[in-house]
Design a protein around this ligand. Structure first.
Ligand code: GUN
Ligand code: ZN
Length: 434
């Protein structure tokens, strides 16, 4: 066992009313569970736990905050170099920057170096679990799983399915794409902490046969994830209507092919109506809210009040490279701005504890991983970050004046970035500190 003494942030309470606790002089005790996984064994006040764990080697980090590692519900590992590519909107951005760039991942060597950079960048930013797109090339998936396995990361990815309306070099072939998907599921899903996601890119890029095949695989492998995009951009939605004129809504196309179920994660969900929201809830599908991407590409604003009214699950995501930053702090701040936009209708803005929960335990819950990652309650896998609120002069000055936990969290959300993250600890890794 190992123990860590510092301020410790974690969440308590029922899912709909989570509260953050900051144990100012806290202790986090980590040790193996019955299966040998390194999990949180105890968390609480140092004064209450110290005598019970007196024999456990303890790292002492005064002035630091231990917090759950962040969970990024939607990110594209092949789009690191696409960040900041200017375009009128989603479709020209895909055509002019994203698809040409993704062609490079046919090369296993290119994929491997991109995977190494990507995972280092996740860890530098305090992200310890991610659901990420690869490209359509199986080599890109193998490269990312291989690198994630080296770091003992909990990571989910999958080969992009895109057999139409996509250029040479990224377009795949229907039957082979489904064979490749099943081969990758059998090779990687459930190995160490890795998970597979069946990944139809979005409706315009997938033939009906490919969507049907994806749905059949999703039924055959019920604990595998599904990830895709829906209702991000008005031009995209008009295109889907042309392709599927008989279907009521964009989301209903996925439903028709059996692609809405628990562990199905749909990025964006911006231009949806209450019928779609009810369908998200009844099927158990989840939304990956990607505010920096939605603001950058001018896609629109996620309707938080609508989501809460319907009661479907959602969490935060960077959506790099439509998104502009790996930093969960930047994403939480952008989510706050988006929430402010919706405030005119709902009258409420997002609170710091809600924002933080949406990028940790709430995102884990939406992924079907509640109690596994995203929190530091006993039994959770012990992935955590160590924050240094003194990392910059302005952060030090501002956080020192925080008179409540909400003020402290909000100061970090507004001013934070990778400088705030001093360490990222993956407890399953033999080399535990980043
Ligand atoms: N829709 C289809 N592909 C993509 C993608 O790569 N990024 C975003 N933001 N939307 C998409
Ligand atoms: Zn995306």
């Amino acid at each position: 066992m190992k123990a860590y003494r510092a301020s410790v942030l974690y969440f308590v309470g029922p899912a709909q009313a989570k509260r953050a606790i900051l144990e100012t002089d806290g202790l986090l005790v980590v040790g193996p569970d019955a299966e040998g996984r390194q999990v949180v064994r105890a968390v609480g006040a140092y004064s209450q736990l110290a005598s019970q764990y007196a024999d456990v080697p303890t790292a002492h980090w005064p002035g630091r905050i231990i917090a759950p590692g962040f969970v990024d519900m939607h990110i594209h590992y092949p789009q690191v170099d696409v960040i900041g590519s200017p375009a009128e909107g989603l479709l020209p951005w895909l055509e002019n920057y994203t698809f040409p760039h993704e062609k490079r991942f046919v090369d296993p060597g290119y994929s491997a170096q991109a995977a190494t950079f990507f995972i280092a960048e996740l860890l530098r930013n305090g992200v310890t679990t991610a659901l990420t797109f690869a490209t359509s090339h199986p080599a890109s998936v193998n490269a990312l799983f291989t690198e994630a396995q080296k770091h003992s990361l909990r990571l989910i990815t999958g080969k992009c399915l895109m057999d139409q309306n996509s250029p040479d070099g990224v377009r795949d072939e229907t039957e082979q794409s489904l064979i490749d998907t099943e081969t990758l599921i059998n090779r990687w899903h459930g190995v160490d902490r890795l998970g597979y996601a069946i990944t139809p890119r979005f409706v315009p890029s997938c033939s009906e046969a490919q969507l049907r095949g994806a749905g059949e695989l999703a039924a055959r492998y019920p604990d595998v994830w599904i990830q895709s995009h829906v209702a991000e951009n008005l031009g995209e939605i008009a295109w889907v209507r042309e392709l599927h004129p008989q279907v009521r809504s964009y989301l209903n196309v996925y439903e028709r092919f059996g692609l809405l179920r628990p562990r199905a994660v749909y990025a964006h969900c911006i231009h949806i109506d209450d019928e779609d929201r009810a369908l998200m809830r009844t099927t158990g599908a989840a939304a990956a809210v990607s505010p920096t991407s939605n603001l950058f590409l001018g896609s629109g604003f996620f309707d938080y009040a609508g989501a809460d009214r319907a009661g479907f699950q959602y969490g935060l995501a960077s959506d790099v490279g439509g998104g502009t930053s790996f930093s969960p702090f930047h994403t939480m701040l952008a989510a706050y701005y988006v929430g402010r936009e919706g405030q005119s209708k709902s009258g409420v803005s997002l609170k710091p504890q809600q924002l933080w929960w949406q990028h940790t335990g709430g995102a884990a819950r939406a992924l079907g991983l509640e109690g596994v990652v995203g929190n530091l309650q006993p039994g959770c896998e012990a992935d955590f970050i160590v924050l240094n609120p003194q990392a910059t002069p302005l952060m030090a000055r501002k956080t020192a004046q925080a008179a409540s936990l909400d003020e402290l969290l909000f100061a970090m959300i507004v001013l934070g970035d990778d400088r705030l993250v001093e360490k990222t600890v993956i407890s399953q890794a033999t080399e535990a500190a980043w």
